[in-house]
Design a protein around this ligand. Structure first.
Ligand code: AGP
Length: 372
C-alpha cells in the first residue's frame, strides 16, 4: 500500500533511502567505545576461529557480489585464504572442506535453496558455517553454526539494495573480527578502519543527497541497448552489481568487467557513444590501482565510449576523461563499495522507471528463490 511505501513511489526508492540507517543499525552494538569489535553473538569460539585455515563464501546474485568484496577484506586483514563461490555451483564440484574451514553463507532472505544446499553440504564435511542473513529465524541461520544478522529491516523490492549494503557491513565486521581474534600485523589498520566504518553511514547519506544528476543521466540513456561497467579491485564486484541491477530492472544488456581485462577482449565492444560506467578507486593509498584505471578510461574514451565515472571527491585526475562525473565521499579503498554502489542503484531504478518497467516486481523474478 501507499502507506507502507512511506510516500515513495516504489519500495525500491524507500529502501535505497533507508540505507544510511540500515548500515548504522547493522553496526549498532557491535563496536565498543574503544573501537573493539564485540561479536559474542557469533557463537563460534575464538579458539576455533584462530584455527581456521580457509574461508569459503557461498551466496547467489547480489549476495554473491557482497561475498566477492568480502574476499578482499578477509584476505587483506586476516591473511587467511578465502574463496567465493556461487552457491549453485559449490557442491557439484566436490569442494575441499574440513573442520578448519569456515564457510560464510550470505543470504538476505535466508531461504535461498541453492545457498541452503551449499551450507548443508559444507556441514556434512565438518566445516563450520556462519550465516549472514537479514531474516530472523529463517532456514539458513537455523541450519548454520552461527549467524550475524544484518539489520536492514524487511526488504520488499525484488532488487536488493539495502540488504546488499548491510551484507557488506557484516562482511567487514567478520573480516575485522577474524583479524582481531587472530591478531594480525594489521592491528593498527584494523582500528582505523573500525573507526571509519563507524562513520560510514554519514557518507552514504551524503551520496544520496547528490543523486539528481544521476537520475537525469539515467533518463537520457533510456533508449540505449547496452551499458558496460568497469572496475578494479573491490570496484570490480561493484561493477558486477551495477550491471546486475540494470539487467533486473531495466532489462538492458549490461555487463561488468575487471578493467584490466578490457584489452583481453571486451574492448572490442566499445563503440561511439556506448555508455560505460567506471568505478574508480581512491587515489590515496593504492595509487597504482588508480593510475591504471585512469589509463583504462583514456583507452575507452579514445574509442568513443561515453564515460560515466564514479570517483572520490577531490580526485582531479579523472576530470579530463569523464563525460559524466559522479562524486562519492573519500573512504578507505576496501570500504568504497558502500558508497560507490549507491549511484548504480539509483541509476538502474531511474532507468527502469524511464523505460516504463515495474520497479518493485521485475518480470520473471521472485524475491527469494526457493527452488534449486
Ligand atoms: C538481487 O537484486 C536479486 N534479486 C538476487 O540476485 C538475490 O540477491 C539472490 O537471489 C540471493 O537472494 P538471498 O540474498 O535472499 O539469498
Amino acid at each position: 500500500s501507499a502507506a507502507e511505501k512511506a510516500g515513495y513511489d516504489y519500495f525500491m526508492l524507500k529502501e535505497i533511502a533507508e540505507q544510511p540507517k540500515a548500515v548504522a543499525d547493522t553496526l549498532l552494538g557491535r563496536i565498543d567505545g574503544s573501537g573493539t569489535l564485540s561479536l559474542d553473538e557469533v557463537r563460534i569460539p575464538p579458539e576455533v576461529l584462530r584455527e581456521v585455515d580457509k574461508v569459503v563464501i557461498v551466496a547467489c546474485g547480489t549476495a554473491y557480489h557482497a561475498g566477492l568484496i568480502a574476499k578482499y577484506a578477509i584476505e587483506h586483514w586476516t591473511r587467511v585464504p578465502c574463496e567465493v563461490e556461487l552457491a549453485s555451483e559449490f557442491r557439484y564440484r566436490d569442494p575441499i572442506l574440513d573442520q578448519r574451514t569456515l564457510v560464510v553463507a550470505i543470504s538476505q532472505s535466508g531461504e535461498t535453496m541453492d545457498t541452503l544446499m551449499a551450507l548443508r553440504h559444507a556441514r556434512e564435511q565438518g566445516a563450520k558455517v556462519l550465516a549472514i542473513c537479514n531474516t530472523n529465524g529463517s532456514t539458513i541461520p537455523r541450519e548454520s553454526d552461527a549467524v550475524l544478522y544484518t539489520h536492514a529491516g524487511p526488504e520488499v523490492a525484488v532488487a536488493s539494495t539495502k540488504a546488499f549494503l548491510t551484507q557488506l557491513v557484516a562482511c567487514y565486521l567478520v573480516a575485522l573480527y577474524l583479524g582481531q581474534v587472530r591478531g594480525t600485523k594489521y592491528g593498527d589498520e584494523i582500528r582505523d578502519v573500525v573507526r571509519d566504518l563507524s562513520r560510514i553511514s554519514g557518507a552514504v547519506e551524503r551520496v544520496l543527497e547528490t543523486m539528481e544528476p544521476v537520475r537525469e543521466l539515467a533518463r537520457s540513456l533510456a533508449h540505449k541497448n547496452t551499458v558496460l561497467f568497469l572496475g578494479r579491485h573491490v570496484g570490480h564486484p561493484v561493477a558486477l552489481e551495477g550491471a546486475l541491477k540494470l539487467k533486473e530492472l531495466a532489462y538492458m544488456h549490461a555487463e561488468g568487467f575487471a578493467a584490466g581485462e578490457l584489452k583481453h577482449g571486451p574492448i572490442a565492444l566499445i563503440e561511439e557513444d556506448l555508455p560505460v560506467v567506471v568505478v574508480v578507486p581512491s587515489p590515496r593509498g593504492r595509487s597504482v590501482l588508480h593510475d591504471k584505471i585512469v589509463s583504462n578510461i583514456q583507452e575507452i574514451r579514445a574509442r568513443g565510449a561515453r564515460t560515466i565515472v564514479i570517483a572520490e571527491e577531490g580526485d582531479e585526475a579523472v576530470v579530463p576523461y569523464a563525460d559524466h562525473l559522479v562524486r562519492v565521499p573519500a573512504t578507505p579503498t576496501l570500504l568504497q563499495p558502500l558508497v560507490a554502489t549507491v549511484p548504480l542503484q539509483v541509476f538502474a531504478c531511474e532507468l527502469a522507471t524511464a523505460r516504463g518497467n515495474e520497479v518493485d516486481q521485475p518480470r520473471n523474478l521472485a524475491k527469494s528463490v526457493t527452488v534449486e
